[in-house]
Design a protein around this ligand. Sequence first.
Ligand SMILES: Nc1ncnc2c1ncn2[C@@H]1O[C@H](COP(=O)(O)OP(=O)(O)OP(=O)(O)O)[C@@H](O)[C@H]1O
Length: 342
Amino acid sequence: MALVELRDVVKTYPPTTRGGDPVVAVDHVDLDIHEGDVFGVIGYSGAGKSTLVRLVNALEPATSGRISIAGTDLTTLPERDLRRERLGIGMIFQQFNLFSSRTVAGNIAYPLHVAGRPRAEIRARVDELLGFVGLADKATQYPEQLSGGQKQRVGIARALATAPRLLLADEATSALDPETTHEVLDLLRTVNRDLGITMVVITHEMDVIQNLATKVAVMEQGRVIEQGEVFEVFSRPEHPASRRFVSTVIKGVPSPDELAGLRARHHGRIVTISFHDGGAAQAEVFVELARAGIAFELVYGGVNDIQGRAFGHLTLSLEASDQVIDETLARLRERVEIVEAA
Ligand SMILES: Nc1ncnc2c1ncn2[C@@H]1O[C@H](COP(=O)(O)OP(=O)(O)OP(=O)(O)O)[C@@H](O)[C@H]1O
């Protein structure tokens, strides 16, 4: 059984203009998030990612469908029981959402006070968490005295205070510079691996998916249009919309503007070849092109590394007769994916 199960979940909001249509923020979504997963949710702004997380956190009720966590259906629980369920879910935010009037220790202690834990237990737990996130020397400081990365560490410690099974992160590194992002991602990886906490990570940043997520779902207009292992979805996106999204974040695929530039500068036929895992196929392609007498020039390309597995795209300008190129591409298409620029 999945830790988090969404079945046919819909969330609509009232129309934003008089006489307008309701806004369908989440549209018939099915998801299974298993214990130990770091489940990335990606998509353009307005795709419904944040709404989805608010539903999982039971901060808002779904319009229809079923959301269950460890077998408990949130959609039928009374508010009193929902409060208990929320203690099992930690949440971190883009803008950290710390209390500026409380010290670092006070922020981390807050959910434990709300849960009514004894003072001695709270003190011991806060000390433990301060050590875990590397801020043991900052206990008495206030958020404004901290850097962005340190603030997010406090946010993570606070989210972990009640020992949740599930941690939800909504654009948790989007306000941080690249170096700090990597430090926070390292910490989140430790949270997942060493504490065994399942995570749902909403992001528009490739870095986060590449370095942290194990599974990924792509959302568009409220729907999950594609989901699976990160490597599979990023190296072979199937849905046209996820291809579009993936091509904006991975290296090596020319944008429509770049393609227009390539076409203007090169006389040959422009093709983009996709390679997965390893260089053998690349060498075969070059040998085959040369053997067919096709003159080729590498005009664009890049290689992506996702958790130790590589995939890449090379764009070539090919010059030979159309017939020779067509026959050669047909042979190569049995082994690699080739897209020709229109
Ligand atoms: N409280 C609300 N009332 C009305 N419409 C809302 C509300 N919250 C979200 N929406 C609408 O639902 C849709 C999905 O929004 P949501 O914030 O979930 O998307 P998102 O993918 O998280 O985008 P972003 O990355 O910009 O946060 C949008 O059309 C948004 O305008």
